[in-house]
Design a protein around this ligand. Structure first.
Ligand code: GDP
Length: 192
């Protein structure tokens, strides 16, 4: 079953967001495939805009499910063309949200299945651990990994994240692999 996500609002600060009974968040490096995954989860082509200019979506984008639970699409981190000061502002926005947003139950950290984790992904994971923010890793773009390389890639990616291979969910937004399982997981987390 696709997630029946509906866009609610965009905000610059988490304090401007409406209340929610429970919320999950998606975070990841620009271009990791976050918008594609949100669209795949909802089975809608344009729900989260697949951006041609990575890093443009600089706001906290909130979606809701029919039962009231919410899904936060956090801005992508680490877009090289963004100047330092602006970058610091985003980081603050994301970190404040992650620490202070009360309904938040779990953060899905998206990591590029073909090339990840990058340095920034590792930094994010370290920060989440240190800050005691519950999180889990989702590896994207499964279809880009050659089947002959998959077992090794899964081990490498998990090791890079400091996790076991079994801790990581793998998805392909293009092919739909793993998307139903992830949608079911999100539904379970957000069912009051
Ligand atoms: P975002 O910046 O994290 O929102 O990433 P996008 O969803 O905009 O995707 C970035 C690029 O990766 C786009 O060119 C997508 O078509 C591509 N992409 C996203 N998901 C997948 C996937 O599952 N498989 C493949 N092959 N490409 C993907």
């Amino acid at each position: 079953m696709p997630l029946q996500l509906k866009f609610v609002t965009s905000a610059k600060r988490h304090t401007d967001l409406p209340d929610s009974p429970c919320e999950i968040a998606l975070v990841g490096r620009s271009n990791v495939g976050k918008s594609s995954l949100i669209n795949a989860l909802a089975n809608r082509r344009q729900l989260a805009k697949v951006s041609n200019t990575p890093g443009r979506t600089q706001l906290l984008n909130l979606f809701t499910l029919p039962a009231g639970g919410t899904v936060m699409d956090l801005p992508g981190y680490g877009y090289a063309k963004v100047p330092g000061r602006e970058k610091a502002g985003w980081q603050r926005m994301i970190e404040d949200y992650l620490i202070e947003r009360e309904p938040l139950v779990l953060v899905f950290v998206l990591v590029d299945g073909e090339i990840g984790p990058t340095k920034l992904d590792v930094q994010m994971l370290d920060w989440l651990r240190q800050s005691d923010v519950p999180h889990t890793v989702v590896a994207t773009k499964l279809d880009k990994v050659k089947p002959s390389k998959l077992a090794t890639r899964k081990k490498e990616l998990a090791k890079g994240c400091g996790l076991d291979t079994g801790d990581i969910m793998w998805v392909s937004a293009s092919k739909g692999t793993g998307v139903e399982a992830l949608a079911a997981h999100v539904n379970m987390l957000l069912t009051p």
